[in-house]
Design a protein around this ligand. Structure first.
Ligand code: CO
Length: 134
């Protein structure tokens, strides 16, 4: 079902500072920057081989990442697994009895289709399924 780790999501308060950390001090190439209204974030992707680090700055306090920052401060937010077929991946996860945040995929960064699984059913790890945009 899962082909690879597509990215890890990191919640940040200051996006430019985080971009500087990852792109300059950690020397990861900056690949993409986009405001994803549906997820209430401004996001930046940096390359790590075939995978990415996704930096997430909330567009406001009343967003999923805004609430996360309020509770936990900056840090690791989610792990995203890549799949070629998110509809069937989502169905397998549902059939396995896991609690879904998204019953249906929604639009993510770079026109990907994404869905989140509730951390309560994945041992505390917010888990994202992602099918690359075409
Ligand atoms: Co993500």
């Amino acid at each position: 079902v899962f082909g690879r780790i597509d990215h890890i999501g990191v919640a940040v308060e200051d996006l430019d500072e985080a971009v500087a950390l990852y792109s300059e001090r950690l020397a990861m190439p900056l690949q993409h920057r986009e405001t994803v209204e549906q997820q209430g974030v401004e996001a930046v992707l940096l390359g790590v081989g075939e995978s990415h680090v996704e930096l997430l700055r909330p567009l406001g306090p009343d967003t999923a990442v805004g609430r996360f920052l309020e509770r936990n401060g900056p840090g690791l937010h989610h792990v995203a697994y890549g799949t070629d077929d998110i509809d069937s991946a989502l169905e397998s996860v549902r059939a396995a009895g896991l609690r879904l945040i998204d019953e249906r995929p929604r639009t993510g960064i770079r026109n990907s289709r994404v869905a989140f699984v509730h951390p309560r059913s994945t041992g505390g790890v917010l888990t994202e399924l992602v099918e690359a945009g075409h």
